[in-house]
Design a protein around this ligand. Structure first.
Ligand code: UDP
Length: 312
């Protein structure tokens, strides 16, 4: 039987358990066959290093059991603009729905930068708005985005729940870890709003934290560029795009992936990150299918060997 990249066999496997019991009548033996359907995707990917190029339909299936998709607020607006563009929201909702339809459990952490970031008040307005207040304002911005994404997803038939880290009765459920897991198991797309509920961090850190709390297999960081580069590709045409990196190399080279707290969290707990371009239609499906896309960041091997592979 053909193997998946992680070594598990492909396709549904029907396990047969035969219980042979003596019949009460003198008709010999009765065989009871019990069939259990084993999901064709792993409880946890065993070897996540082998991304493939094969995007044929039979290979487009979830490689991951549960993922956190980090969407920045800017992914919900037109490039260079602020606010919400429902065209952009609908486009991303369609991609999310397609990825979820593969059978992957999906929680979305949504940012708020298209509306407001806490840091933007620093040094302005005579510091009238305290820094912590500004961060709470940023968290509320993420709730606005989460509601827009929810309606866009439900308009195309997805089942969703918005869970907020700041209690907001009447608008969203509170984030309760066990309840979030239950929603995921029931096939609902969970949209995580209000970040961590605590100021002075960003939704990148929230994505890492929720990834750990919800026992996700990977954090998918959706960006407008193709992955992690050696330099800003918009300023330096010679910037190198990496295919694979390890956390230490990201930190040592100060590469722009996620904020440093988020990287540190993922590094400590060996939670892989995939940075990819969501603007290319189909890339979210490719990402959850384990197909070659973007830059993957994972731990070094036991021997401490550096992972630094350029995209070809
Ligand atoms: N924020 C916060 N705590 C959190 C998450 C977010 O204080 O746990 C605030 C912070 O000010 C941040 C803003 O909310 O700048 C919006 O989030 P973020 O900057 O991560 O949005 P993105 O850049 O992803 O659109």
């Amino acid at each position: 039987m053909e193997s998946r990249p992680n070594g598990r066999p492909k396709g549904n496997i029907w396990q047969e358990i035969a219980i042979v019991a003596p019949a009460s009548l003198d008709s010999g033996f009765v065989a009871i066959m019990v069939f259990t359907d084993v999901p064709d995707f792993p409880a946890k990917p065993l070897n996540c290093t082998s991304m493939t190029d094969d995007s044929s339909p039979e290979n487009t299936r979830p490689f991951y059991r549960r993922v956190i998709l980090k969407l920045s607020g800017e992914s919900l607006s037109h490039a260079g603009e602020r606010g919400i563009s429902m065209d952009e929201v609908s486009a991303i909702a369609r991609q999310i729905k397609n990825a979820h339809s593969l059978g992957c459990q999906l929680a979305v952490v949504v940012g708020g930068g298209n509306i407001l970031r806490g840091a933007q008040f620093k040094g302005s307005s005579g510091e009238m708005i305290q820094e912590a207040t500004a961060h709470y304002m940023g968290m509320l911005a993420t709730v606005i985005n989460a509601l827009a994404l929810q309606d866009a997803l439900e308009a195309i038939g997805s089942n969703t729940r918005v869970m907020s880290a700041i209690k907001m009765d009447g608008v969203a459920e509170p984030f309760i870890r066990r309840r979030a897991i239950r929603h995921l198991e029931k096939g609902r797309i969970v949209i995580l709003a209000a970040g961590t509920g605590a100021p002075f961090v960003t939704t990148d850190t929230c994505a890492a934290n929720r990834g750990l709390e919800l026992d996700a297999d990977i954090v998918l960081k959706a960006t407008r560029v193709d992955g992690v580069y050696s330099d800003d590709p918009e300023k330096n045409p010679h910037a190198i795009l990496y295919r694979e990196l390890d956390y230490d190399t990201v930190i040592e080279k100060n590469l722009k992936v996620m904020d440093s707290t988020a990287i540190a969290q993922c590094r400590t707990h060996k939670l892989p990150i995939l940075v990819f371009n969501f603007k290319k239609d189909g890339n979210i499906v490719k990402a959850v299918s384990g197909l070659k896309v973007g830059t993957r960041i994972s731990p070094r091997s036991e021997s401490g060997e550096q992972i630094l592979i350029n995209a070809t």
